[in-house]
Design a protein around this ligand. Structure first.
Ligand SMILES: [Fe+2]
Length: 260
């Protein structure tokens, strides 16, 4: 029995994705920390790489040790305007930004100390799996705060890329933080062969799951090589206030070249 438990595959290995909630994480300051995270979304700068997409974002990088779970933020760099930035590179996986680094404004030092954020990063890491070569070096963690927001009925805020896709990072997790007057924002998990297609083009038999994250810390994670994924654009719902969907996106990448 013990042997069977030890060999039990994690959900991301068995199914390629997992949906879960994190409001029961054992963080004493959870409510206050969640408020602090939500406030960070109130002040996110516009994504200057794609102003027409109505996205706002910050990004920082960390490493986590597979052997002891220790988490450490990596330094940001200071750009010519004196602003702290982090570099983000998706290789050839995002056709909208081929072989191009994007430099995003970094998370504040205060938010990097947020206990809930750190516990979420550690929780997600525990849902990932690695080969023996990958486990003897730190794992790179990319932490994105992304807000999709539109203020009038004619606008739509979309993700990048705005098709079913794979990210290039081996694991990515999505955690809902803010959700106001949203129409759309539906998450789709699909067979890898759907990557590159618009949602309407995909064969329904290859759609594995489709759901809305609506409550704080509603979450899901994907194993990138096992599934593709997509989130639909958001528009304004029935209320007069702007539509806003704020998510933490956390990705995990080994520092080794994968040997399979
Ligand atoms: Fe993605």
């Amino acid at each position: 029995m013990e042997h069977a438990l030890l060999n039990k595959k994690k959900d991301l290995e068995a199914y390629g994705y997992k949906k879960f909630g994190l409001m029961t994480l054992p963080v004493p300051s959870l409510e206050a920390d969640l408020r602090e995270l939500a406030e960070e979304f109130d002040h996110l700068p516009r994504d200057t790489y794609s102003p027409e997409s109505h996205r706002y974002r910050k990004y920082s990088r960390a490493i986590i040790n597979p052997w002891d779970g220790a988490l450490q933020w990596l330094p940001d760099f200071i750009d010519e305007d004196g602003e702290a930035k982090s570099l983000y590179f998706q290789g050839t996986f995002n056709a909208e930004y081929l072989e191009e680094y994007r430099a995003f404004p970094a998370l504040s030092e205060k938010i990097k100390e947020n206990a809930l954020l750190q516990e979420i990063i550690k929780y997600d890491f525990n849902e990932t799996f690695w080969n023996p070569y990958e486990k003897i070096l730190p794992i790179h963690v990319g932490v994105h705060f992304v807000k999709y927001m539109v203020e009038d009925e004619t606008q739509e805020s979309v993700a990048s890329p705005n098709t079913i896709h794979q990210d290039g990072e081996p694991f990515t997790f999505v955690h809902l933080i803010t959700y106001k007057n949203v129409h759309g924002g539906r998450s789709t998990v699909a067979h890898p062969s759907c990557a590159g297609l618009n949602r309407e083009q995909a064969n329904e038999k290859l759609i594995l799951d489709e759901f809305d994250l609506t409550e704080p810390l509603d979450s899901y994670g994907v194993c990138d090589k096992k599934v593709s994924h997509y989130v639909s654009g958001i528009k304004k719902g029935p209320e007069s206030r702007p539509a806003e969907r704020g998510v933490l996106l956390i990705d995990y990448t080994p520092l080794t070249i994968a040997i399979t």
